[in-house]
Design a binder for this molecule. Structure first.
Ligand code: ASP
Ligand code: CP
Length: 431
């Protein structure tokens, strides 16, 4: 098999749109057996899937009516051409994706998992240089894009803040982008103005990835969020079609929720509950776009109304740095804080709690509470860990090397703990 059995099985379940239980029943095996085939190879309980099962699954996927429907809408050709932005291999908005192309990217991310989990290494991007241009604060996005590029064998040049860039001397986006393109093979850009990363992209032919453009979009975050939801739902035996997703917090300036709601709306029958303090509601244009696919979007004014029965709670930080005249302190009262008490009151044991991070943990911030840290429903660190395989997949696809990755893998030479966080749940990192 050219891909790992875990990636093969996960892809089959996604294509057939079946939960693990239904998939196990469909191929006539016990759910427990399926679980052991999906475990990482290093795990004690991992088992190799029998060849006959592999052939059978392959046949079902090939013959499925669903797959036919699925491939009819997809255009042929390499993924990077199907998701191209104005004909270029760049990632500026989630609008570039269909459900099929997003799931094709997740197939590449699944393939990256052994590298992301430090079991394998690859040098498939050896010699390539990434330019990381961050004109706004960042921990996750900057470091995980850099780490993803390095883990594929490339190297990274970083610029952070305006102060240390010649933009402080009045250099334009056009000139900066063109100059950088002569030095590096791909650019990741974060900038405080909406539309600015698209300007960088228009001024070059090398791959550019939007790492956040003001209150606009954060497409790689939304992709890793969707990947996390699908992975968590697979473990919990749920399907995303028909799920209830609650988004809480600053939905006006939060670019992660703008990208995420649009991406999630590619699925069917989703109920969105939007809970925002007055004045920080989701922009109408984003709501209109997300509602196009027939999904239900309800605006609620309290957590009690919005969180009841939610499968996913996506909390966000108040984007004070973007406020123009709004009263940041009074808008976001303690009533909007997602905590253990709120989850216990309104949600079930299989609700997952997400946040793009950073959460503001300072006193009086009312952001996602730290009292959930030892609660396995808190998926925030599984979410951040997923940033690596997703960003590796983005680079591999944009640079056209995804078909070379599998054969380029070698075993790592060092040992890495299976659970990096002291509070990680037993299933953290496992599928
Ligand atoms: N880190 C995310 C972003 O840059 C969310 C946040 O900062 O609140 O959009
Ligand atoms: N989620 C996110 O974008 O985090 P950073 O702002 O730390 O990059």
């Amino acid at each position: 098999m050219s891909i790992s059995q875990q990636a093969f099985l996960r892809d089959a379940m996604r294509r057939l749109n079946l939960t693990r239980d239904l998939f196990a029943a469909r191929i006539g095996v016990k759910r427990r057996a399926l679980d052991t085939w999906l475990l990482p190879e290093g795990s004690q309980e991992f088992r190799t899937m029998p060849e006959v099962v592999e052939r059978f699954v392959g046949e079902i996927v090939q013959n499925s009516d669903l797959l036919e429907k699925y491939t009819q809408s997809a255009q042929p050709g390499p993924l990077r051409d199907r998701i191209a932005w104005r004909g270029k291999h760049q990632l500026i908005s989630v609008d570039q994706f269909t459900r099929e192309s997003a799931e094709d990217l997740f197939r590449v991310a699944d393939m990256m998992q052994p590298i992301a989990r430090r079991r394998k290494v690859s040098r498939v991007l050896e010699g390539a240089v990434l330019g990381n241009l961050f004109f706004e604060a960042s921990t996750r996005t900057r470091v995980s894009f850099g780490s993803a590029f390095c883990r594929l064998g490339g190297s990274v040049c970083d610029t952070t803040g305006f102060t240390f860039s010649s933009m402080a001397k009045g250099e334009s986006i056009y000139d900066t982008s063109r100059v950088m393109s002569g030095y590096v093979d791909a650019l990741v850009v974060r900038h405080p103005e909406k539309g600015s990363v698209a300007e960088f992209a228009a001024a070059t032919n090398i791959p550019v990835v939007n790492a956040g453009d003001g209150p606009g979009e954060h497409p790689s975050q939304a992709l890793l969020d969707l990947y996390t939801i699908l992975t968590e739902f697979s473990r919990l035996g749920k399907l995303l079609d028909g799920a209830h997703v609650a988004m809480v917090g600053d939905l006006k300036y939060g670019r992660t929720v703008h990208s995420l709601i649009k991406l999630l709306s590619l699925y069917k029958g989703i109920k969105f509950s939007l809970v925002a303090p007055r004045g920080l509601e989701m922009p109408e244009a984003v709501i209109e776009q997300a509602a196009r696919n027939g999904n239900v979007i309800e605006q609620k004014s309290s957590l009690a109304e919005g969180l009841s029965g939610a499968d996913v709670i996506y909390a966000t930080r108040v984007q004070k740095e973007r406020f123009i005249g709004e009263d940041a302190e009074s808008a976001y009262t303690p009533d909007f804080q997602v905590s253990k008490a709120t989850i216990n009151a309104y949600c079930s044991p299989d609700t997952i709690v997400m946040h793009p991070l950073p959460r503001d943990s300072r006193e009086g911030a009312n952001d996602l509470s730290t009292d959930l840290n030892d609660d396995s429903r808190l998926a925030i660190f599984r979410q951040t860990d997923n940033g690596i395989p997703i960003r590796m997949a983005i680079f591999a696809v944009l640079l056209g090397v995804e078909d070379l990755v599998q054969h380029s893998m070698r075993d790592v030479t060092w040992r890495h703990p299976s659970h990096v966080g002291p509070d990680d749940s037993s299933f953290h990192g496992l599928d």
